[in-house]
Each structure stands twice: as structure tokens, then as C-alpha cells.
Write a protein that binds this ligand. Sequence first.
Ligand code: DLL
Length: 432
Amino acid sequence: MDEMWNKGSETLDRESIKRIQLRRLRLAVRRSYERVPFYRSALKGRGLHPEDIMSLDDLKRIPMVSKIDLRENYPFGLLAVPREACVRVHASSGTTGKPTLVMYTREDIRNWTELMCRCLFMSGLRRGDIFQVTPGYGLFTGGLGFHYGGEALGATVIPTGTGNTERQVNLMRDLGTTMIAGIASYALHIAEVASEMGIDVKKDLQVRKGIFGAEAWSDSIMRKISDIWDMDCHDIYGMSEMYGPGVGCSCSYGEGLHIWEDHFIVEIVDPSTGEPVGPEEEGEVVLTSLTKTAMPMLRFRTRDVSKILDAGRCDCGRTHLRIARVKGRCDDAFSINGVKVFPGQVEHVLMKYPEVGMNYQLVIEKVGALDQLTVLVEAGVALAESHPSLESALFRELRTVLGFQPRVRVLPPMSIERSEGKAKRVLDLRKK
Ligand code: DLL
């Protein structure tokens, strides 16, 4: 049994969770109907009145919302409170065109902070820890989300934000940072920069705990980060539309992520039809916020691919259901001559090889009438001359996993461009 930040809420029995969910869902639907014209007309369009929501099963009758609805109602259209009641604005990262903005009341910030405390505590953060927050501060929810959680929990927070990696490493060494939060690919980049500075992250730094998220990262990347840093790693999930990071997190048993069901309802649907999939089947994650006041979100289509794991009790003692680690986004998957590929499938193969370095990129082009996938992968620092044998080993395994023949090119370390935010893994030149 794990220690917990909020044992009462984290170990609620199933009946209590359902009761809380129904009460909060009915309230959220009523507030949305009464205060947000967009929701009122969407619900009316289905012939639904808030009083029709009598059980959790009725959730299915509510129409789903997507990022497009947020953009169309930019900037204040989905507010369920007067703008004056909002104390914070964030935006979703990586969007093209109009950003999708999200707003928070004081109560929202309080709830978000509570969820962050649960996740951070679950990942090992304690009073007395020195906690370095490396995701960007600003419109991205990563920096301030971790910051507020870390402070409320009572850790000493270092708000470095992203970038200036040498300074990050110097601070880690000088202040004795014990835990870091970040985007998974950035944890690998920090280790590379440290090694160029002559710093061994295992021996010279005291960072032994890490919490990462914001992009899909495979089990093998997690193992690589754990090995390089000698660190206990946790996976945290979330999105701006649901406060930010903190929707769920992996516990010390590491089997998927607990989703805080007293604040969110999770559904998994078939991305093409929107219909629920069977138990433990993979599909698109759809989330309903139960406590957000400024911008309630009813059945938000995340585009993320996951599945609900066995809802039985986890050995950590928490009762909130678990979803599998997010595999990617429905729109990340690309098709090579009709074969569907998730970048994570390739990553999983690459990271099994210790000779493989920190970074990779998938380039897709048209060669004549056919699609061609080239896997660019950096060699680890230690690899000098055996590129051809690594290339052919990777080629053989990728061919088996993917079912077609990709090209594989092993490049020198540090030759693929780094990004300070989420990594850009796929370069689809067919779209240019
Ligand atoms: O990325 C919030 C966040 C910050 C989460 C820091 C975790 C850590 P957005 O910029 O709105 O918010 O992007 C949300 O990122 O729909 C997923 O596609 C992806 N994502 C977030 N966490 C994970 C994760 C933040 N643990 C989008 N695994 C989501 C896989 C993740 N994908």
C-alpha cells in the first residue's frame, strides 16, 4: 500500500465514486445548459434537458465536443462564469491557427493544485525535496501546473522552465535537486548536455525521482531515462482543456495511470464512430470534467489513444480506475501504403538497443507513387564504427514489427534537431 496525499479521496469505494460522479455530472450539465449558449443548443439539438440526466449511463446521450468547438468559440464563448471571475488563462500547445484558450476561476486553480499534489506525492515528491520544474512557464500548462502543486505540497520549487539546459544542469548540481518534472524527451536531452559538460548525471547529481508527460513516450524510453539517471520515473497525463497536467498519473506499481475519477469521467470510444468500445479495448479517450467551473468540458474528445485497464483494485491501494499509458494521438498514426503506423511502435524497437542514442525522427516521402518511411536514428556516444550492423539489425526488427520495409539510417549523436517543447518525431513530406 502506497502512502497518499489525500487517502480519503484516493481510496473511495466504487459506490461512493459513482455517487459523487453523478451528483457532479448533473451539476456540470445544468450549469453548462444555463450559462453557455453553445452547450444549450447542443443539448437541445439532442432533445436533452439537464433533468434528463438521471444516471451515469445518460452521459452517452450528451453530444461530444472537440478542439474545433473551442476554436470556434474563441476566446470567451465557452465561459460559464463572467470573465471577471477568471484569474488565469492558458493555451493548448502545438496548435496551428487560432490557439485554444482555457480559463480558470480561483476554485479551478485550487482543484487543479489538489490533483497535482496527488500526482506529485504518488511520484515520490515530499516536503524537503528540491523540485526542479523544467516544462515551459507561460501559456503552456506544464510549468505553472507543476509549480503550484510542488509549492502546495511543501517542496522547494526551482522554476527554471524550459531551455538554457546548461544552467538547468548547474542548478541541479549546485542546489542538489532531488526530483525533476518535464517532458520525457527533454529528460534525455538534459542528460546529453550534462555529459558534454563533463557531468555524470548518476554520480554528480542527486536527481533520483522524475515525473514526465505531455507527449507519448514508450515503456522503453521510460527504462532508458531510469537507467541513464538512476531515477524512479512516473508518467503524468493531462491536457489544457482538463486544467493541464494532473488528470492521472502512474503509481509505484507502474501498471497504467490512475485517473482521478472524482474530477473526471473517462470513456473510450471508437474514433471513427464515437461509439463506446468493449471493456479493455483500445480507442479514443473522451473526458468529462466534473469540477471545472470557468470552462466545463462535457465529453471532450482528446484524440488520445488508450484503453481502460481492469478496474479492479490496484496494489497501491488507490481505487480510481487505470488507463494504459497513452500510445499516441489518433491523428499521429500515419499510413504507409495503407499500413497504419504509430510512432510509438518504432520507438519501442529503437529504444531496446543500447547502442541507439537519444533521438530519432520518422521521415515520410513519396517515391514515385509509393510512400517511403525512413527512420533516422542517432547512435549513442559509445558507438564508433558499427553503424552498418546496427542499421541492419534495426531494419530486420522494424520490418517484422511494421510488416513492410522501412529505410533505416544511423546518424552521429546530436545530429537531429532538438525542440525545447514537445519532440517533433514525424516529418511527413507528403503534406508539403
Ligand atoms: O501537455 C499538459 C501536460 C503538461 C501534461 C506536462 C503532462 C505534463 P496540452 O499542451 O494541452 O497539455 O497537450 C495535451 O498532450 O492530449 C496528449 O496528446 C499529450 N499528453 C499529455 N500527457 C501525456 C502523457 C499538456 N503522459 C496533449 N502521455 C494530450 C502521452 C500525453 N501523451
